[in-house]
Write a new protein. Structure first.
Length: 403
């Protein structure tokens, strides 16, 4: 009886052990158990390899040359940072500090146009020429005041000399001094009137007592940039303060974007951002509105970008991507390295003989990189570009085996 029990227990142990031995290969890629379907390996029938499960040819066994021919590139598993981002829509506008409206500061007739729409201009460069009666009067007053002052100054010098020599009375001397002061005041008033029309010191010095071109008013650009609007028409009579040109410096532009109040906490003035549109550009947040629009319930942010190559145009649509959080992760792989096999996430790890497919447990992701919580370690290399080729190899091998 005792011997029978020992034999029965030994039989059960052998049965359990056999079950475990058969089940284990099903969990290992490219290992197969014996089967009775003609493709099994329980007998040496041209397909079999003897009793028990054996290792078949690994479909991921690739030489360096085959890896290169397949276009497969590798990336090292590493520790790093996950950068969470938030994206907002926006549109390109001019920086108001770099836009100038050029107006006619006097009524008159446009007699010459020097710049056309789209032309590049330097600061102070001539845009148009206007003829104006009002300008002629203002220049005439200035020149007359200059001549009166010169005459009054001469008289004053003579009277002072006479008074010092006791030839002339003090009253004549004081009267001459008052006259020269009045002449200087008239010059200052005439100069200020011309300054209101846009004349500066160099413009006044060019008059130099000349009566030629008194009616001419030169319209010049106050900033360097491009002519983005032109309303001036040759021969047109324009009233004072009519806007003739708009000049804009487009070397730096603004992106206006609308942001939900819940996202404002992640945005600070001075933050670096990425702007995507007709081109990609790096920008900086220069303004975060403290006011939420009553109707849209959105707040405005402004991002400044460089545009020295003129690749961005006013009115372009753009998307602004802001870093909303930065988190450390011990194991990161590029998102492209992850493939799906039978509802499981896998990566293909480089080995001396080729690649090894491993199931992985995923963690956080920022859209470009994904955290791996289990399955690979920092320092290993995984397939990234064309990793789907390896996935196809495994699926093909499994399909052939199933038949």
């Amino acid at each position: 009886m005792r011997n029978s029990l020992i034999a029965l227990a030994a039989g059960l142990l052998i049965g359990i052990g056999g079950t475990l031995f058969i089940a284990a290969p099903e969990k290992i890629p490219f290992l197969h158990s014996d089967g009775p379907d003609g493709h099994g390996h329980g007998a040496k029938d041209g397909h079999g390899h003897g009793g028990g499960a054996e290792v078949e040819e690994n479909p991921l066994k690739l030489s360096d040359e085959q890896v290169t021919q397949s276009g497969i590139s590798l990336a090292q598993v590493r520790e790093g940072e996950l950068v969470r981002t938030t994206t907002f829509p926006g549109n390109v506008v001019a920086n108001p500090d770099q836009v100038a409206a050029v107006a006619a500061k006097s009524s008159g007739v446009i007699v010459d146009l020097k710049k056309r729409l789209g032309d590049t201009v330097a600061k102070g460069e001539l845009l148009a020429v206007l003829e104006s009666r009002e300008i002629a009067e203002a220049k005439g007053e200035f020149l007359a005041a200059q001549r009166s002052e010169a005459l009054a100054r001469t008289t004053f010098e003579r009277e002072r000399n006479l008074w010092e020599k006791k030839i002339s009375s003090e009253q004549d001397y004081l009267q001459a001094r008052a006259t020269v002061e009045e002449a200087r005041i008239r010059i200052d008033l005439a100069r200020q009137r011309l300054a209101a029309f846009g004349f500066n010191g160099s413009d006044l010095s060019r008059l130099n007592g000349s009566n030629s071109g008194l009616q001419v008013l030169e319209i010049r650009s106050p900033i360097a940039g491009r002519v983005v609007e032109r309303r001036a028409v040759l021969g047109a009579s324009v009233p004072s303060e009519t806007e003739l040109f708009t000049v804009a410096d487009l070397s730096r532009l603004w992106i206006e974007a609308s942001v939900a109040p819940t996202d404002l906490a992640a945005i600070r003035e001075g933050d670096a951002v990425v702007v995507d549109g007709p081109n990609k550009a790096e920008g900086k947040v220069v303004f975060v509105s403290p006011v939420v629009d009553r109707e849209t319930r959105l707040a405005k942010i402004i991002v400044q970008i460089g545009n020295t190559d003129s690749s961005w145009r006013l009115g372009d649509f753009a998307s602004v991507t802001v870093k909303s959080a930065v988190e450390r992760a011990a194991v990161l792989v590029p998102k492209a390295a992850i493939q799906r096999m039978k509802k499981e996430s896998v990566v293909f790890v480089r080995t001396p003989e080729g690649f090894e497919m491993r199931e992985v447990v995923l963690g956080r992701s920022d859209g470009n990189q994904t955290e791996i919580r289990f399955g690979v370690e920092a320092g290993e290399a995984v397939a990234v570009v064309n990793s789907f080729v390896l996935k196809a190899q495994v699926e093909k091998a499994e399909a052939e085996h199933s038949h």
